[in-house]
Design a protein around this ligand. Structure first.
Ligand code: 4AD
Ligand code: MG
Length: 454
């Protein structure tokens, strides 16, 4: 069967043609002599109105099909005399594939709460809001690939199963093939403990020092038991890594990539964004447009701490040089002080990971976090320590055995080069693009503490 997607039918404006559209009934209204069926096929926010005349075979085939039913309608695309849509289909043939019992189908035509919809994650993509969110997610992912492809970054696939903790935070999910209760990892599948990766960075560095510029875009896992609207146990990260690059190159990349994706979504997902602008986050579109046209702010961690100390705010967590910035601080900086995304750079080394390049002041490392309004940290990255002696000393200082980093240190032994990379949390990007405030609502099937139903 040759089917036409509603997105194409509405754009192409091909009246007086027979087309077939397939989707799920959003509403059905029966009038005198005919029925209106509004069909949505997921290709766009808008549905297609279908007119089914009583006494026709199509009407017969439609039968009792109502909200939630899956069907295909074949008929002529004509200009609609009714309000609200330009085109409609005069049904000639209808095939009903599956009915939905109106007594038990949970998605009736009314607004449901986000909490209720999380409980039916398998059906919520059929609502306007979640359909729009997942289309935007798809377009944003496509834009990421397009940007990196254009900029000569090679896409690399880094392992999901790993033996090392890149971030050193120890928040990992163990992966084992041992029977429950067995603890001798030498008898486990890999002969050693294994985990789900928290980041593909270390492997991406190896590939960047061969291919020049690479990026990975894959799932990462963190067993941090922080039940916040911004943390998921399984989330997708975009991790570019560039050889022959320093912190400034990295900040330029972070800004350009973010802007490219925002711009792409503004042009490709206009109708979906209008839904979020009207019902979820008023002013969203204007804020996204401003991101595309105005440069992001930059401030050193030291300056950021001064701003926070002088701003007269009563933060739950006090700040001073050496403390990690909390979400309340990050949001104050991005939302109120700068009113746009801000890149905070050169953090104290004590609060950052072992691989970040030491600055000459002996106190800070060449790290950068990009903070955005309403979310806080969207991107975290750094220039990497490329000096073998400095990196080895740092590993030892942290009480680790350099031997276990042998291959990572090899990259500094053989043809070492200044290089830099970051991780961008894809879900947080989608939160920024849609105004959705909870990470559970931008992941189709979120994994958070205590939640693994679907
Ligand atoms: O700042 P993070 O921990 O950086 C790294 O993992 C580096 N190894 C990345 C690199 O340099 N290649 O994580 C990067 C980003 C954060 O800025 C945040 O947007 C997101 O990943 N993130 C999470 N998103 C959702 N849920 C979580 N639990 C997250 N933890 C981090
Ligand atoms: Mg971080």
């Amino acid at each position: 069967m040759k089917r036409t997607f509603i997105a194409d039918a509405l754009n192409a404006a091909l009246p007086s043609q027979d087309i077939t559209v397939c989707g799920w009934v959003r509403t059905r209204r029966d009038a005198k002599g005919f029925s209106f069926v509004e069909l949505n096929d997921g290709s766009c926010l808008a549905g297609m109105q279908c007119i089914v005349d009583e006494g026709t075979p199509a009407f017969e085939a439609l039968g009792a099909a109502n909200t939630g039913a899956a069907l295909c309608v074949r008929g002529e695309l004509v200009t609609s005399p009714g309000k609200g849509q330009k085109w409609e289909i005069r049904a000639r043939e209808i095939t009903v594939y599956g009915l939905a019992d109106p007594e038990s189908f949970p998605l009736q035509k009314k607004r449901h709460s986000d909490e209720f919809l999380r409980g039916i994650a398998h059906l919520r993509p059929r609502t306007n809001k979640y359909g729009a969110a997942f289309r935007i997610r798809s377009e944003a992912a496509f834009a990421v690939h397009e940007y990196f492809h254009r900029e000569r970054f090679a896409l690399v696939h880094t392992p999901v199963l790993t033996g090392s903790d890149c971030e050193g935070a120890g928040e990992m999910f163990r992966a084992t093939a041992l029977a429950p209760g067995e603890t001798d990892f030498s008898r486990d599948f890999f002969g050693r403990p294994a985990q789900l990766t928290v980041s593909g960075q270390l492997e991406a560095e190896a590939l960047a020092t061969a291919l020049g510029r690479v990026y990975s875009f894959g799932p990462t896992f963190r067993a941090e038991n922080s039940n916040t609207p911004r943390h998921a146990a399984e989330f997708w990260m975009i991790e570019p890594e560039m050889a022959f690059a320093d912190l400034n190159d990295l900040m330029a990349l972070a800004e350009e990539l973010t802007r490219f994706v925002v711009d792409h979504v503004l042009t490709q997902c206009a109708a979906d964004l209008r839904l979020f602008d009207s019902f979820v986050d008023k002013g969203l579109i204007d804020r996204l447009k401003a991101m595309v046209s105005e440069p992001f702010a930059r401030v050193s961690y030291r300056e950021a701490v001064e701003i926070l100390q002088k701003c007269g705010r009563d933060f739950v967590y006090p700040v001073s040089f050496g403390t990690d910035l909390q979400t309340e601080h990050e949001r104050y900086l991005a939302e109120e002080h700068f009113g746009r995304p801000v890149m905070v750079h050169d953090y104290p080394k004590a609060i950052k990971a072992f691989y970040m390049r030491a600055n000459d002041d002996g106190e800070t490392v060449a790290a950068v976090d990009m903070l955005v309004p309403r979310i806080g940290e969207l991107i975290g990255g750094s220039q990497r320590e490329e000096r073998l002696d400095v990196l080895t000393a740092r590993v030892q200082e942290l009480g680790q055995n350099p031997e276990s980093y042998w291959w990572y240190l090899d990259l500094r032994r053989f043809g070492t080069v200044p290089h830099a990379g970051f991780g961008l949390g894809f879900e947080r990007l989608i939160m920024m693009l849609t105004g959705i405030a909870n990470i559970r609502d931008v992941l189709p099937f979120p994994r958070t503490p205590g939640s693994l139903e679907f």
